[in-house]
Design a protein around this ligand. Structure first.
Ligand code: F0G
Length: 368
């Protein structure tokens, strides 16, 4: 029997800060608050690769396999660690759901109070449940995410809360590690990177990560950044603030993204593009990915898949060299929002049978 003392006292050394410490703004004075986030699978999407053709290989970066089931954990480990270093006792964020789940979990680890401002009635139950069980103080705002973020800016500057939205630069620093992981795995950057865009922190972070690794000589090229917004919440595509954003993909129901300039820069500098997808296209991509690749993601996440499908249909993928790698980030787990998934599937097809083998074979149409 190993003695209990042989167990290392600190069990955080598999998270993104430990893995990429050299590239992150931490020092020996930074207490590391981690849940071993990151190192998510880059899954080869066989059918999607066949669909785009030309020997081009599509990989799905499955960020739903982070500890709170979204990519937000990468940024939150850094934001909360830095808040702890600065002596913060409480953190605050506005959220469409995933940021609040991550903030609440990491605040628990740091022994901090966590206040989350959510757009009333517009976050999925899975995400709300996370904030509840992690013990956050949850305030539902009569307004949308953009209103909640305005309030957070005010409360952050006035009342001693550390703000852990992606307007906190440490969030972007942590999230850029996803780009590092992709290059570490391929030994090169992909030709194209597709991802959903809401508040635009993540596209900003990936682009920063790709540029930093490129400057270090870890890749010989930079990917084209392809972003997708939802049609009813597409301020960047339209070039103007959307006052009342609306979409079934509640995670990206945002009308005035905080990192708008970061997104514009990533798209322009990478010779990329950004498009708007209908709710139907998003839900179709979500269902397709689950039924064809075995990967269940929340609606917003499926926007990266819908983006690639739409680009392929328009002939944009054909213009890429043959045989290149394409990565789609799917940002959050499908179990975050089962109501939307079940609704889209029309409740699903569940067969009823008696508890006998004959009855089961009978409903399956396999009775002898
Ligand atoms: N996908 C998911 C699942 C998200 O939760 C978000 C953002 C995005 C994509 C867009 O990322 O904002 O960096 O462009 N969710 C935030 C939140 C707004 O509060 O959880 P972004």
């Amino acid at each position: 029997m190993p003695s209990p003392l042989s167990v290392p006292p600190v069990l955080h050394d598999r998270g993104v800060i430990s893995r990429y410490r050299k590239y992150l703004p931490v020092t020996d004075a930074t207490p590391i608050v981690s849940l071993n986030e990151g190192s998510t699978p880059l899954i080869h999407a066989v059918k999607l690769s066949a669909m785009v053709g030309g020997g081009r290989q599509v990989y799905v970066k499955y960020e739903g396999l982070n500890p709170t089931c979204s990519f937000k954990d990468r940024g939150m480990t850094l934001a909360i660690s830095k808040a702890a270093e600065e002596g913060a006792k409480a953190v605050i964020c506005a959220s469409t759901g995933n940021t609040s789940a991550a903030a609440a979990a990491y605040a628990v680890r740091a022994g901090m109070r966590c206040v989350v401002l959510l757009p009333a009635g517009k976050i999925s139950m899975g995400k709300l449940a996370q904030a509840v069980v992690y013990g956050a103080d949850i305030v539902a705002i009569e307004g949308n995410f953009d209103d909640a973020l305005d309030l957070v800016r005010e409360l952050g500057s006035r009342d001693g809360f550390a703000v852990v939205n992606s307007i906190n630069p440490f969030r972007i620093e942590g999230q850029k590690t996803a780009a590092f992981e992709i290059i570490d795995e391929f030994g090169e950057a992909p030709a194209v990177h597709c991802l959903p865009v809401g508040n635009a922190g993540n596209i900003t972070a990936y682009w920063k990560g790709y540029k930093e690794y490129h400057a270090e000589g870890k890749s010989t090229r930079l990917p084209k950044m392809w972003g997708a917004q939802a049609e009813g919440s597409a301020p960047i595509v339209r070039g103007e603030v959307v006052k009342s954003p609306d979409t079934v993909a509640t995670a990206i129901r945002i009308g005035n993204p905080a990192s708008w300039e970061g997104a514009n820069d990533a798209i322009a500098s990478s010779d990329g593009h950004i498009r708007a997808l209908s709710d139907e296209a998003i839900l179709t991509a979500q269902a397709w990915l689950a039924a064809n690749e075995g990967i269940f993601v929340e609606p917003a996440s499926a926007a990266s898949i819908g983006c690639l499908m739409a680009a392929a249909e328009e002939g944009m993928v054909e213009k890429l060299p043959e045989g290149v790698n394409i990565v789609c980030t799917v940002t959050g787990h499908g179990l975050k929002d089962i109501d939307t998934a079940m609704h889209h599937a029309g409740g699903g097809k569940v067969l009823d049978a008696k508890a006998t083998a004959e009855s089961v074979l009978d409903v399956l149409g396999m009775a002898h």
